[in-house]
Design a protein. Structure first.
Length: 656
């Protein structure tokens, strides 16, 4: 903990310091990836609190994910500032809604709707329309868009005309389904994810007393990742802030990757117009990545088009030179995964901690081969976006068993012969069917095993930190961690989707599956959608501090047709490739790691669209169930699973 408030400012550059010292009035930080935006706002809050200028309980810091909120709270604690509310929009809104619901509406807050698509289908049926799965999904997404843009059913047709949206149905018909869906929800007393924000907005708008109460509590607002704020979130923010101007926002238009949920960088880009007196700070020094990584990131940005691209900020690396990014082409996915696992093992052997390595992919269903390959290579890993550790059924069950064993103590025959603490834990877990070797394959059984393995690692770490600790001590530690909702620091390689990697960083990043069809994803059709995919790749590249690998495979499975092409976004940037749109060319060349030594397909540079993946094995990107239906495959999501938008929101709500 820094000794004095001023010491909190150490380790900030002059521009970051300007942000930290601008404690009143509107502040806007526009800056590229890795320039220390999150660090600047965290230190700003800590400085304000430590200097006694800001009361911690009056600060609301809004982050994009629960993980980011947790990290911010951790950093604040290290800087000697506690008691600050760091939350996502949804978790902050849900909390307020639960608190004020009885007073504003009466009774309990309705429960959250789980099967939205089903309810939309019912609404369509009431309008005497039978929609196939595909249409249903499109209609559901359209209703979500309408809600986050605060468009009520009656205004929807006009909104479509105004925004020139490509509506999936006749706007009048869609408005009717939308309105029926809303009615059905009211009848059944359920609310959907958008309602969490909408209802909070509604209550704050209608009830001056409640708005005053909330504004009395929160007086200073900080928003990270502001480029991805939706119109509805912006409205909520406006209501929270009221006519005060103590708002600090930070963002990077080039990292807008949630437009599909209605997010827009306009609020960030127009901040100065809305707040004429705003302090605007630009940061260009990149503290995260080596010049090699930054060079590629700048290259990607230089090819970007559209509004966000007009505001791109060239990054300047502050780090020493590092290794060149590795571009690797493989004959098929299993080869790509095996080689990636091998290279990860080599990095770990060379001293890079497993927890400092990430494998990032476009859709969650791509994780499977990597899970398998890492398991085969004996490399520990963890999946992001999974259920909160201590809430998982197997972890709770294991906790109960450990508590029981701790009470029985050393008289328990189960613990006979088990000396150190971790072997006692293993002995107890073995009664739950846990084996020391991971089960083959992936899926639920494997996930369960990973959780219990993490628990054993936790016991190992605990014993290392506290030699001589007993099972009772460990159980107490587990209870404390569960109460604090801290997952154990699993020192595993992170497997995550590009979307969920936002804001995070690792020493080594492997961007895998970079083929046309995956990057950009096959369903990105319009120029704007393709640009968003490019930004997603930019987000991926800029997660790397030192080692960066970009790989793709020409066929899905061994012996399959080598019909895939590397992503167009690397054309002109990776060695041997020609510029965007060019045909023919060298077809790969110097600097590309062929992985298995096999010759690449001669036509690697052709630019026609390709099939995203072999149909028979496509899996739902949320639950990973194999998909059978063409409609499901279009979106790579099964009917039961939440839509893109819900997925994003679930991620933010799950561990609320
Ligand atoms: P992103 O756009 O990806 O969210 P960001 O702009 O929020 O990135 P941070 O995550 O705050 O960037 O910082 C990137 C890395 O650089 C972190 O490891 C951070 O600790 C480090 N860093 C930031 N500013 C400085 C500084 N002035 N001196 C040293 N390291 C810094
Ligand atoms: Mg950040």
């Amino acid at each position: 903990v820094p000794e004095t408030p001023d010491a909190v400012l150490d380790g900030l550059d002059p521009e970051q310091r300007e942000v930290a010292l601008a404690l009143h009035g509107p502040v806007c930080v526009l800056a590229g990836a890795g320039t220390g935006k999150t660090r600047a706002i965290t230190h700003r809050i800590a400085y304000g609190v430590r200097a006694g200028i800001l009361q911690p309980a009056t600060i609301l810091a809004v982050t994009f994910t629960n993980r980011a909120a947790g990290e911010m709270r951790g950093r604040l604690r290290q800087l000697g500032a506690t008691g600050v509310q760091a939350r996502t929009f949804h978790s902050a809104a849900l909390r307020q809604l639960q608190y004020f619901w009885p007073k504003a509406v009466g009774g309990e807050l309705p429960r959250l709707l789980e099967r939205k698509v089903q309810l939309v289908a019912e609404a369509a049926a009431r309008c005497e329309l039978r929609l196939d799965r595909n249409e249903l999904r499109d209609v559901t997404s359209e209703i979500e868009w309408a809600k986050v843009t605060q468009t009520v059913p009656a205004d929807y047709p006009a909104a479509v005309a105004k925004t020139q949206r490509d509506a999936p149905r006749d706007p009048a018909v869609l408005a009717q389904i939308y309105s029926t869906y809303e009615q059905l929800k009211r009848d059944r007393s359920v609310i959907d994810f958008e309602d969490v924000l909408l209802l909070t907005v509604g209550i704050l708008q209608d009830r001056q007393d409640i708005a005053d109460h909330v504004r009395g509590q929160y007086q200073h607002f900080v928003v990270d990742e502001y480029q991805d704020v939706s119109p509805l979130q912006q409205r909520l923010l406006d209501l929270w802030v009221g006519d005060r101007d103590n708002l600090c926002v930070v963002g990077d238009a080039s990292q807008t990757i949630y437009s599909f949920t209605g997010a827009t960088p306009d609020h960030l880009l127009n901040f100065r117009t809305r707040h004429p007196g705003a302090t605007v700070v630009k940061l260009v020094r990149d503290y995260r990545s080596t010049p090699q990584v930054v060079h590629l990131a700048n290259g990607l940005l230089s090819q970007a088009r559209g509004k966000a691209a007009d505001h791109r900020l060239e990054l300047v690396s502050q780090r020493d030179k590092g290794p060149e990014p590795v571009y690797a082409e493989y004959p098929d996915e299993p080869h790509e995964a095996e080689a990636t696992a091998r290279r990860i093992r080599d990095l770990i052997a060379a001293g890079v901690p497993a927890g400092e390595i990430a494998v990032l992919y476009r859709v969650n269903s791509q994780s499977e081969v990597y899970e398998q390959a890492l398991a085969d290579a004996g490399v520990p890993y963890q999946l992001r976006g999974a259920e909160r550790f201590f809430e998982r059924a197997e972890v709770r069950e294991a906790g109960t068993a450990l508590r029981g064993a701790a009470r029985a103590g050393r008289n328990d025959s189960l613990l006979d012969g088990a000396e150190g603490l971790p072997s006692q834990v293993r002995a107890v877990l073995s009664t739950k069917g846990w084996t020391t070797r991971p089960p083959a394959g992936s899926g639920a059984v494997r996930d369960r095993w990973e959780s219990l393995a993490a628990l054993v690692r936790l016991a190992e770490d605990f014993e290392a930190a506290k030699p001589g600790a007993t099972l009772t001590d460990l159980v107490r530690e587990l209870d404390e961690r569960a109460a604090a909702q801290h997952a154990p620091t699993v020192q595993g390689v992170t497997l995550a989707s590009l979307h969920s990697a936002k804001g995070l960083e690792w020493d080594a990043v492997f961007l895998v599956g970079l083929t046309e069809g995956m990057m950009p994803i096959a369903y990105a059709k319009t120029d704007e959608q393709v640009e968003e995919e490019r930004r997603l790749l930019y987000v991926g590249v800029t997660r790397a501090r030192l080692h960066l690998s970009l790989s793709w495979s020409l066929a899905r499975s061994p012996g399959g047709r080598a019909s895939r092409r590397p992503t167009r976004f690397l054309n002109g940037l990776r060695p041997g490739s020609t510029a965007l749109g060019a045909r023919g060319g060298a077809g790969g060349g110097g600097g590309i790691d062929r992985g298995t030594g096999r010759a690449p397909a001669a036509a690697a540079e052709r630019t026609e669209a390709v099939e995203p993946r072999t149909r028979q094995t496509a899996r739902c990107r949320v639950c990973r169930r194999p998909l059978t239906d063409a409609g499901e495959m279009k979106l790579m999501r099964c009917e039961e699973c939440p839509s893109d938008m819900d997925e994003a929101l679930y991620g933010r709500l799950l561990d609320w």
